[in-house]
Design a protein around this ligand. Sequence first.
Ligand code: HAM
Length: 446
Amino acid sequence: MSNIFQPPPGTRDFYPEAMAIRRFIEDTWRRVSIRHGFVEVDGPTFEYLDLYKVKSGDEIVSQLFHFESRGEDKTQFALRPEFTPTLARMVAAKANALPRPIKWFSIPRCYRAERPQKGRLREFIQWNVDMLADPVTGLRSTRECMALCIDAIREFGFTPKEVRLAWNNRHLMTAALQDYGFAESQIPGIFVLIDKIEKIENQDRQRLYAEHGLNDSQAVVLNEIAAGRLPRAENATNPERISQLLQEFQREAEEVGIAEFCDFDPRIVRGLAYYTGFVFEVFDAQQRNRAVAGGGQYDKLIELFGGPSLHAVGFGMGDVVLEILLRNKNKLPANLLPRPDVFVVSALDDLFPAQTILAELRASQWNKDHTEIICPGLSAITSYKATKNIGKLVGEASSSGARFAIILAPDEWSRGVVKLRDLATREEREIPAADIVEQIHAALSK
Ligand code: HAM
């Protein structure tokens, strides 16, 4: 029987340290999105099950956590495995009222009934960035989304040696596969195969090729793609198109300053069925098999959800793989727990003075009437220990990470003064008790 006092496999408890890492990741995502002019949205945690059957593809449908409503109607719902169908539904419902281009980001929790393993959980957080526009503006959206993705990668501290963005284009792949005799109807299935091909052992590949009815030369092409090469068919309809597309992409990537991170890669076709043209994934440069982010163009989806025809492009970045990457590359800042500004140390018998000082420090961001915020808020804490030993209490103040300590000792307090101690430099000076708030603000602003 499962241990009900453990979190379910594939989920996480966020104790304070883990929560601080999550906030650091989410704050970075939010900051970068806003810098690029995207606004935040969210939707429900669950949707009608059928929403995910419209165009997401069989794989994601097989990973749904679903349930039935109580009562007679027995409606089928599913926890959201991704945000794109919710976004498409939201855009389609209000498309004419929304200012264009629509530039949205969201940070939803998502749920996939996967076998939990490193980098893959059943509950994870995914940053989504999507831009939907009329066809003319739309041409710029792809590079805007990629530039934003790479800006976040840079903000987390990664270099082009550590992280790569691999891109491809489904139109190009469709044309190239057709040159090798693949029928149009076969291509969605072949994309699903290519999406997994690197992870499939050789003998299993042969079996899958046979199941898909591939001839020998088609099998050779897929093996070439698995090795990261896109061979050109002798009778290719437009032999120049790969180099044209490469040049075009290179120019656009240079224009937005991200070319040093990018590689063309024919293995990137994406597992989700709604992608139409350009697609990309972002990886650890040393470990390609697990993407930290993935996305692309999905130009038909809004129409399919009953909205107008819009050029759509976006990506999702997961917190689980990102945290692994940050740890592997030593990019996670050491202590992310919030540090207090002030620690009040009191060796007085009376608890009242320390409590009053704490209240005044915490309220000091307000003007006298509490109607306006006039300066940054202060975070102030104190000890809950019974001891009056100032040495021990100052030790506790230092380990809390606070910048300053205010020390209330009986002798000084009777003279109307307290000590202000800089906990990093250990310098101490006496200040009038009446000036504590003012002095702390002055010391913090230096
Ligand atoms: P996706 O490739 O399925 O795309 O997911 C994007 C990222 O979410 C992955 O690269 C990975 O970091 C993370 N992720 C996915 N599944 C899991 C899991 N089970 N555990 C942990 N992390 C996971 C999409 O979801 C698209 N809807 C992205 C998109 C937005 N396309 C356009 N707009």
